[in-house]
Design a binder for this molecule. Structure first.
Ligand code: NAD
Length: 381
C-alpha cells in the first residue's frame, strides 16, 4: 500500500506524521512511502532526508492525497481534506471524535476508514501506539522548560562567590503522564519539587522521582480519587476544600506551579484560584497544561502568556508538543508505525483492518461506510 503524509494545514502546527526513520520501518512492512514537499521542514526534516530514506516527495497536497491509500497526519482533517477521502482510503490522525461528530459522519459517508490516534485504548498492549501519552510526556517536559524560560532565577540552589542562591520551589498539580514528566524535568534541574494528585497510588511514583508528595489535612484517609483505567473522578466537596486549603498554604512559598489536572470528558477542575495567584510572589510562573479544557486556574488565557497585576506570569499555551516539533514528530511517527505494524500482520504491504482486534477496533471511528464510534470496551488489558 502507499502511505502518504501531507503538510499540516493547521496554523502553527509544526509536527509531521512521518519521519525518514519511520518511513524506513514502514517500507520493511512492504509499504511505499510518499510525503508532500516541505511537510517535515518545520520539524527540521528536509525533503532530501526523506528521499535518502526511499520516500517519494510529491509536489502538492492534491497529488499526495490522490496517490496514497493510507494518509497519516497529525491534526484532524479539515473539510477540504475530508473531501479528498474516498472508498478504499484510510486516514490515520488525531480526530477527537466526540468533538468532531460532523466530520466523522462525512468521512464515513465517503466510505473511508478512519483511525483516530486519540482513541487508541490505554491498555498495556497498545502502549507503543499511545500517542496521547507520547505528546503528554513532551508537554510536561516543555512546561517546565517554558516556566524556566520565564522565571528569572535558577532552578537549582547554588553557593557562589557572589552569594547563596536558594533552589526554586515547583509544585506540580496532577501526576498523570504530563505531570510525571514535569516532575522528572523539575527534579533533574535541581528544583525542590512538590506534587499532588487525587489518586493516592501515584504518591510512590512521585517520591521515587525525588519529589515530595503533598498529603492533605483530611480527617478521613486520603480519599481515593481514582476511577477505572487510571483516570481521576471528581472530588467530594470536603476533599476539594482540604485540597484548596493546602494549596492556599503553599501559594506564597512556591515559585512555579505546573497544573495538569484533568478528569475525562469534563471541564478541568478549578484548583489554583485567584486568591492563590494573588498570594504568589511577583515573578512566579504558572503553566496551565489544562488550558485546553478551561484551565485549572481560571485566570489562564488559552494560548496566551499573561502577567497579572501582582506580577505573576500565567502561561496557557496548548501547543507544547508542536513547540518541540522534532521530538514530537519522532515519537508520533513511531506510534503510527506501530499502528501500521498491527495493520500489516504479514509484513507484505497488505492492510488487514481487523475489527476483532481490540486496539484496531477501539481506534477505528469510521469503517465500511459506518460510524464506528464509540467503540465497545476492550476485552483485554
Ligand atoms: P489525565 O490527563 O486525564 O489527568 C492528569 C492527572 O490529573 C491525573 O493523574 C489525574 O488523577 C489528575 N487529577 C484529576 N483531578 C485532580 C485534582 N482535583 N487534583 C489533582 N490531580 C487531579 O491523565 P493521564 O495523564 O492521561 O493518565 C492518567 C493515568 O492513566 C496514568 O497515570 C496511568 O495510570 C493511566 N494510563 C495508562 C496507560 C496504559 O496503560 N497504556 C497509558 C496512559 C495512561
Amino acid at each position: 500500500m502507499k502511505i502518504g503524509t501531507p503538510k499540516e494545514v493547521m496554523q502553527g502546527e509544526a509536527r509531521v506524521a512521518m519521519t525518514p526513520d519511520s518511513a524506513k520501518q514502514l517500507q520493511k512492512l512492504g509499504h511505499e512511502c510518499l510525503i508532500e514537499a516541505g511537510a517535515g521542514e518545520k520539524a527540521g526534516l528536509l525533503d532530501s532526508a526523506y528521499e535518502e530514506a526511499g520516500v517519494t516527495v510529491v509536489e502538492s497536497a492534491d497529488a499526495l492525497w490522490s496517490q496514497s491509500d493510507i494518509i497519516a497526519k497529525v491534526q484532524p482533517p479539515t473539510d477540504e481534506e475530508i473531501g479528498r477521502l474516498s472508498e478504499n482510503k484510510t486516514l490515520i490522525s488525531f480526530f477527537w471524535p466526540g468533538q468532531n461528530e460532523e466530520l466523522m459522519k462525512q468521512a464515513a459517508e465517503k466510505g473511508a476508514s478512519v483511525i483516530a490516534m486519540d482513541m487508541v485504548p490505554r491498555i498495556s498492549r497498545a502502549q507503543k501506539m499511545d500517542a496521547l501519552s507520547s505528546m503528554a510526556n513532551i508537554a510536561g517536559y516543555r512546561a517546565v522548560i517554558e516556566a524556566g524560560n520565564n522565571f528569572g532565577r535558577f532552578f537549582t540552589g547554588q553557593v557562589t562567590a557572589a552569594g547563596k542562591v536558594p533552589p526554586a520551589k515547583v509544585l506540580v498539580v496532577g501526576a498523570g503522564v504530563a505531570g510525571l514528566a514535569a516532575i522528572g524535568t523539575s527534579t533533574s534541574l535541581g528544583a525542590i519539587t512538590l506534587a499532588f494528585d487525587v489518586r493516592p497510588e501515584v504518591a510512590e511514583q512521585v517520591e521515587s522521582m525525588g519529589a515530595e508528595f503533598v498529603y492533605l489535612d483530611f480527617e478521613e484517609e486520603q480519599e481515593d480519587g481514582s476511577e477505572s483505567g487510571g483516570y481521576a473522578k471528581p472530588s467530594s466537596p470536603e476533599f476539594r476544600e482540604a485540597q484548596l486549603a493546602k494549596f492556599r498554604e503553599l501559594a506564597p512559598d512556591v515559585d512555579i506551579v505546573i497544573t495538569t489536572a484533568l478528569i475525562p470528558n469534563r471541564e478541568a477542575p478549578e484548583l489554583w484560584t485567584e486568591d492563590m495567584v494573588q498570594a504568589m510572589k511577583p515573578g512566579s510562573v504558572i503553566v496551565d497544561l489544562a488550558a485546553e479544557k478551561g484551565g485549572n486556574c481560571k485566570m489562564t488565557v488559552k494560548d496566551e502568556r499573561i502577567v497579572t497585576e501582582n506580577g505573576v506570569i500565567i502561561i496557557g499555551y496548548t501547543d507544547f508538543p508542536s513547540r518541540m516539533a522534532k521530538q514530537s514528530s519522532l515519537l508520533y511517527s513511531t506510534n503510527i508505525r506501530h499502528m501500521m505494524t498491527d495493520l500489516t500482520p504479514e509484513k507484505d504491504g497488505k492492510v488487514v483492518h481487523d475489527m476483532e482486534d481490540d486496539v484496531i477496533r477501539g481506534a477505528t471511528i469510521a469503517h465500511g461506510k459506518e460510524v464506528t464510534f464509540p467503540p465497545p470496551a476492550p476485552k483485554t488489558k
